[in-house]
Write a protein that binds this ligand. Structure first.
Ligand SMILES: Nc1nc2c(c(=O)[nH]1)N[C@H]1C(S)=C(S)[C@@H](COP(=O)(O)O)O[C@H]1N2
Ligand SMILES: [Mo]
Length: 246
C-alpha cells in the first residue's frame, strides 16, 4: 500500500467534531460566528508577535480548516527511537483517582476521569516526534483531540492561550490555534498499546506541529486564558523558543 493511500485511510477513520455537535456541546446558538473566509493563514500569522494580543475567536478556530501534517504508515513506526526525556522523576499517579481539570475562561469547567476521557471520540495518528536535543522518532499516538475537550468546556470567545500543568511540576503554554489543531491530541495510547507511564500516562500532549518540549506528559490541568503569562513553560523560561513550531 502506498503512503498516500494509507493517509487517506487514517483520515477516513478520524472522527470529526461537527459544527452541529460543537453547538450542542457548547450551547452556542449564533451560527453567524462561523461564517468566516476560506483562507488558511499560517499559524505564525495567527499568533503574530508575542507582544500583540491575539484577536482570534476560539469558536472559529475549532472549525478552522487548518493544514494537516502528512502522517506515516504503520510500518514506519520506530518503537525504539522515542527516548524518555523527563526533567525530574516520573510522578506516581493513581489512574483511578486521576482527574483532568479544564478551567479558566470557560463556561463549563470540567473535572474528567480517565473513563470520561476514554468515552470521548478516539482518534490516532502516526507522526514524527522531534526533540530539540537532536533526536526524532516516528510514533503512533492514540487519544482524544484537544479540540473535543476544549469544546466540551464551552470556551469563551476571548481565549487566546492554553496553559498545561503536569504532575511532575512541568508546565507549558500554547497559542490556542495550535492547541485546537486537528492533530493536537491528548494521548493515552502509544504505538497501539496503553501509554507507558514514563511516556506520560495517564494523559499527555502529542502533536506533529510542535517540538517535543511543548508536549507535556502527565497533564493534570488545562487552563484556557486570554493573558500571556510570564511563566511560559519549563524550557521556555530558560531561553527556549515559545512557539516552537515544526
Ligand atoms: N511533564 C513533562 N513533560 C515533558 C517533559 C518533562 O520532563 N516533563 N519533557 C519534554 C521533552 S523535552 C520531550 S522531548 C518529550 C519526551 O517525551 P517521551 O519521554 O515520551 O519521549 O516530553 C516532553 N514533555
Ligand atoms: Mo525534548
Amino acid at each position: 500500500m502506498s503512503h498516500k493511500e494509507d493517509i487517506n485511510l487514517i483520515r477516513v477513520n478520524r472522527p470529526q467534531l461537527t459544527r452541529r455537535k460543537f453547538l450542542q456541546l457548547s450551547g452556542i446558538s449564533s451560527v453567524s460566528l462561523f461564517l468566516g473566509g476560506c483562507g488558511t493563514p499560517a499559524l505564525e500569522d495567527l499568533v503574530g508577535k508575542l507582544s500583540e494580543p491575539l484577536n482570534q475567536k476560539v469558536e472559529g478556530l475549532i472549525f478552522k480548516p487548518q493544514k494537516l501534517v502528512p502522517e506515516f504508515s504503520a510500518s514506519e513506526i520506530e518503537p525504539e527511537a522515542l527516548i524518555i526525556n523527563t526533567f525530574r522523576a516520573t510522578p506516581i499517579i493513581d489512574p483511578a483517582k486521576y482527574r483532568l481539570i479544564i478551567d479558566g475562561e470557560v463556561n463549563n469547567p470540567l473535572s474528567l476521569s480517565l473513563a470520561d476521557i476514554q468515552a470521548l471520540p478516539q482518534t490516532s495518528m502516526i507522526i514524527r516526534h522531534v526533540c530539540v536535543e537532536g533526536w526524532a522518532a516516528i510514533v503512533q499516538w492514540g487519544g482524544v483531540g484537544m479540540r473535543e475537550i476544549v469544546a466540551l468546556s464551552q470556551p469563551k470567545a476571548n481565549v487566546q492561550y492554553a496553559y498545561f500543568k503536569s504532575a511532575d511540576g512541568y508546565y507549558e503554554s500554547w497559542d490556542i490555534a495550535s492547541a485546537l489543531h486537528p492533530q493536537t491530541l491528548l494521548a493515552y495510547q502509544k504505538n497501539g498499546e496503553p501509554l507507558p507511564v514514563e511516556n506520560g500516562a495517564p494523559l499527555r500532549l502529542a502533536s506533529p506541529i510542535k517540538l517535543g518540549y511543548k508536549q507535556s506528559k502527565w497533564v493534570t490541568q488545562i487552563t484556557l486564558a486570554n493573558y500571556f503569562s510570564p511563566f511560559k513553560g519549563y524550557w521556555e523560561d530558560q531561553g527556549y523558543e515559545w512557539f516552537a513550531g515544526l
